[in-house]
Design a protein around this ligand. Structure first.
Ligand SMILES: O=C(O)c1ccccc1NCC(=O)[C@H](O)[C@H](O)COP(=O)(O)O
Length: 213
């Protein structure tokens, strides 16, 4: 099966073009104000309008309330919402129903016990982002460039589509896919030259390495 790629935290027009040319399936637009990858709704709209048909625009939020989501969705034509905070199962249900968009819930993993939460969210979300738990003291809940122990996923299956994230790079993504059986992979820092600044060659290398399986 052809592996589908997501590049998260785009801030520049040329990065949208690079993703489209490389055959990326999803781009992430980050609305978490503390992130170096943050974009305002106006910037996100400009980037979203640059994306050709077939390149899905995913809006990343962290514990956003309805007013914040309303303001984003009034301005930005998004195809999916990525909830990357401490949103409850009930909140995931609510957001899906209120906005009528598919919801991907991110779950941080560092030990086997974290997988229980994955199963709970898989029952209500359209997709699950299986990400590394942020290292102690990290400011960001994601995008930290740190992989988790992929063997924790051995023998695990979810009926809901899922995506692997956390420290994936052009160098390790082929191995990560082999080890976990992921058919969707996501990276933010792994294709950057500086936080929020993507690199077209790294994006192309990431997609090629992901599709090499
Ligand atoms: O990337 C960020 O700055 C960020 C901030 C707050 C919440 C989530 C964030 N990124 C989430 C992503 O979707 C990343 O792609 C995912 O965590 C993997 O990041 P990385 O380890 O840098 O590839």
């Amino acid at each position: 099966m052809k592996v589908r790629t997501k590049i998260c935290g785009l801030t520049r027009r040329e990065d949208v073009t690079a993703c489209a040319e490389a055959g990326v399936v999803y781009i992430g637009l980050n609305f978490f104000a503390k992130s170096p990858r943050y974009v305002t709704p106006a910037q996100a709209r400009m980037l979203a309008l640059e994306a050709p048909v077939g390149l899905a625009k995913v809006g990343l939020v962290v514990d956003a309330d309805d007013a914040t989501l309303d303001a984003i969705l009034d301005e930005v034509p998004l195809d999916m919402l990525q909830l990357h905070g401490h949103e409850s199962v009930e909140r995931v249900r609510w957001v899906r129903a209120r906005y009528g968009l598919p919801v991907m819930k991110a779950v941080g993993v560092s030990e086997a016990a974290d997988l229980d939460a994955l199963a709970r969210y898989a029952a209500v979300a359209d997709q699950i982002l299986v990400d590394a738990k942020p290292p102690k003291g990290a400011i960001l809940p994601g995008g930290n460039g740190v992989p988790f122990d992929w063997t924790l996923l051995d023998g695990r299956e979810w009926a809901t589509p899922w995506m692997l994230a956390g420290g994936l790079t052009p160098q390790n993504v082929t191995e990560a896919i082999k080890r976990t059986g992921a058919v969707q992979v996501d990276t933010a820092s792994g294709v950057e030259t500086a936080p929020g600044v993507k690199d077209a060659d790294l994006i192309r290398a990431f997609v090629e390495a992901a599709e090499r399986n």
